[in-house]
Design a protein around this ligand. Structure first.
Ligand SMILES: [Cu+2]
Length: 228
């Protein structure tokens, strides 16, 4: 092989490797989870209904043993591995959360109180409650909390007995014991991004339970984007 051909071959091989690295960085490391859009096509001031589930695992991610939220895409009906969603400014947001995960006692009973919802309550399997005492009985799987609007909703867990017997092991969950938690709140009237998080220290194996899924978008922390 002549020198120019060798140099040329080397250059092509080098560029191929560089291209591969750029692809991996952009595709796998920088790409965030998708945003589920509940705002598209909704007239201003009209209510929207959003649906989430929380699972004891996330078998569609590269952290299969991390607890996780999923959000239902209103157009396809598919459960999406993300915690990012969009709602219209000023709308009433009707929320349904399916609680598939078992219970963890709250670090602070404050997070067992329902705050910021319309009427100050959540419905657990159809019955209104204003507080879940996770110290009296282990009854909370995760919470759905948006500190920027004072919203906190403890998501009830299935009973320990039923969870131990038959808990959903494949995400997103479609069967297994779960609770249905519903509540409503008013979205802020102006645009903005509102951080939300679960307040249960559910990052098992991490310092104080607050690492891992607790600080990762797509699992136990996310953002509500209010748009108009
Ligand atoms: Cu959690």
């Amino acid at each position: 092989m002549s020198l120019p051909v060798r140099v040329g071959t080397l250059l092509v091989a080098f560029l191929a490797v560089v291209g591969g690295v750029i692809f991996v960085v952009i595709h796998f490391l920088l790409a965030g989870p998708p945003v589920v859009d509940y705002a598209a096509g909704v007239a201003p001031g009209q209510p929207v209904s959003i649906m989430l589930q929380e699972d004891p695992q996330n078998t569609v991610s590269n952290h299969p043993d991390w607890v996780s939220y999923f959000i239902k895409d209103p157009k396809t009906g598919a459960w999406v591995h993300t915690t990012l969603f969009q709602v219209p400014a000023g709308s009433r947001v009707n929320v349904t959360i399916l609680g598939y995960d078992g219970c963890t006692p709250l670090r602070n009973p404050f997070w067992g109180m329902v705050t910021g919802t319309i009427g100050g309550v959540e419905d657990v399997n159809g019955s209104p409650v204003s507080v879940l005492n996770s110290w009296a009985s282990c009854s909370v799987g995760h919470t759905f909390s948006i500190p920027g609007i004072g919203l906190n909703v403890p998501v009830a867990s299935p009973t320990t007995l039923s969870a131990n017997k038959n808990v959903c092991g494949l995400s997103p969950c479609t069967s297994g014991p779960h609770t249905t938690v519903t509540f409503s709140f008013n979205a802020p009237k102006s645009d903005g991004d509102y951080f939300w998080q679960c307040r249960v220290p559910c990052g098992l194996g991490y310092l104080d339970g607050f690492g891992g899924p607790m600080q990762t978008i797509g699992f136990m922390t996310g953002q509500m984007e209010v748009v108009s």
